[in-house]
Ligand binder design. Structure first.
Ligand code: DOR
Ligand code: ZN
Ligand code: ZN
Length: 425
């Protein structure tokens, strides 16, 4: 049978519909949207007083399977995703072993289908074992199901390899996502280089480690007339470079993470290792620039870079802890609190950044909008509901969040994937 959503105030990336509508979902698709629909035998969801959005899409998460199932799995990761309102996620290949061969790609896809909570798209590695020495067989990985490629966790430092990868990606029409951070400039830094790192006596990672790599990637994209997607932009200079590139017609897209617009490097002064992330939390000036870049379109989309780590791994000194924080369940609440409520962006723009643009960037033609004929991936939210982040509340297997104790605005009421309720508050 199907699903009938009653009294839906639909928010697409262009507008909030002024009158409530009913949405009929059958066989995983949105088959009809009308002011009232009367059918028998369908499961009914009443969306009165809520907002009905296309399912959120996060094109940058880390599930740790295969290899570190103690941190997250392809079962717990999607549980966390749907609790956060996401119906599609793309997972990075820095697992053990690395997702650099068709067998591992097929394994991830098979496991995600078995779990069946949301759409999980594995990102293939750009270089074998992410060693920056030899390219993977991107054509073979594409046949296995990869529509995007990355060595996330680090940059492809070898510019000749990166150029070749961009040429192949252009031929195959797949997306390259690049983690921009020159390790020679980063040189063991564990937080943003600046006054706070000096005060804390922690080794700083300078903004230029990020900006030089962004600049290189833009240059290669321009030279080849190829596409590149810049991951987790965290600095003002990065926004400036991307804005200039876009103005010149260079095919660059970019993402930013909620933690980079919600926290500054002052948060690291607590020595709470859940604030240790790559690229690091930056200055207030950078935070302001990221918000502005989201508003003006320089930053195309919001992603979480959901990076689960165990308590044991994080409960060490700041220097020794792994980089990363979990983000799937706080992304919507932080975006509404930090961007929508202060009037920096409106709800349709939030839908653009969290669903429509990510769908477009990776080429998901049947997602990213609530429209007859498209996939019935739908997120119903109460955008005014306040809630407090707790450790116990996380569906993720890991709890490494710097937002525990924060009051957020905007709660997911229902997540609907392929016409089925996969999460209910
Ligand atoms: O903080 C991060 N964690 N940044 C990355 O680039 C990798 C990620 C991880 O895999 O833990
Ligand atoms: Zn990264
Ligand atoms: Zn990442």
């Amino acid at each position: 049978m199907g699903l009938l959503i009653k009294n839906a105030v639909i928010v697409n990336n262009d507008k909030i519909w002024d009158k409530p509508h009913d949405i009929l979902c059958e066989d995983g698709k949105i088959v009809k949207i009308a002011s009232t629909i009367d059918v028998k035998g369908h499961e009914v969801v009443d969306a009165r007083a809520k907002k009905v959005l296309p399912g959120l899409i996060d094109i940058h998460v880390h599930f740790r399977q295969p290899g570190r199932e103690d941190k997250e799995t392809i079962e717990t990761g999607p549980k966390s995703a749907v609790k956060g309102g996401f119906t599609t996620v793309m997972c990075m290949p820095n697992t053990t072993p690395v997702i650099d061969n068709p067998m591992t790609v097929e394994y991830v896809i098979r496991e995600a289908k078995r779990v069946g909570l949301c759409n999980v798209l594995p990102i293939g590695a750009l270089t074998k074992a992410q060693k920056d020495e030899e390219l993977t067989d991107m054509a073979e990985l594409k046949s296995a199901g990869c529509i995007a490629f990355s060595d996330d966790g680090k940059s492809v430092l070898n510019s000749r390899l990166f150029r070749l990868a961009m040429e192949y990606a252009k031929m195959l029409d797949v997306l390259i996502l690049e983690h921009c951070q020159d390790p020679l400039l980063t040189s063991g830094g564990v937080m943003n280089e600046g006054a706070v790192s000096t005060r804390c006596g922690l080794k700083g990672d300078p903004a230029i480690a990020e900006s030089v790599t962004i600049a290189r990637d833009i240059e290669i994209a321009n030279y080849l007339n190829a596409r590149v997607h810049i991951c987790h932009v965290s600095i003002k200079r990065g926004c400036e470079l991307i804005k200039m590139a876009k103005a010149q017609g260079i095919k660059v897209t970019a993402e930013a993470c909620p933690h980079h617009f919600s926290l500054t490097d002052e948060a690291c002064a607590t020595f709470d290792t859940s604030t240790k992330v790559n690229p690091p939390l930056r200055s207030q000036e950078d935070v302001d620039a990221i918000k502005q870049a989201i508003k003006d379109g320089t930053i195309d989309c919001i992603v979480t870079d959901h990076a689960p780590h165990t308590k044991e791994d994080k409960e060490v000194g700041f220097d020794g802890a792994p980089f990363g924080l979990i983000g799937l369940e706080t992304s919507l609440g932080l975006t509404i609190k930090e961007l929508v409520k202060p009037g920096i962006i409106d709800l349709p723009t939030m839908v653009e950044k969290m669903s429509s643009a990510p769908a477009r960037i990776v080429g998901l033609k049947t997602k990213g909008s609530i429209k007859e004929g498209l996939d019935a991936d739908i997120t119903i939210i109460d955008e005014n509901k306040e809630w407090t982040v707790t450790k116990e509340g996380f569906a993720s297997k890991s709890k490494n969040s710097p937002f525990i104790g924060w009051k957020l605005v905007g709660e997911v009421a229902y997540t609907i994937y392929e016409g089925k309720i996969v999460y209910k508050a």
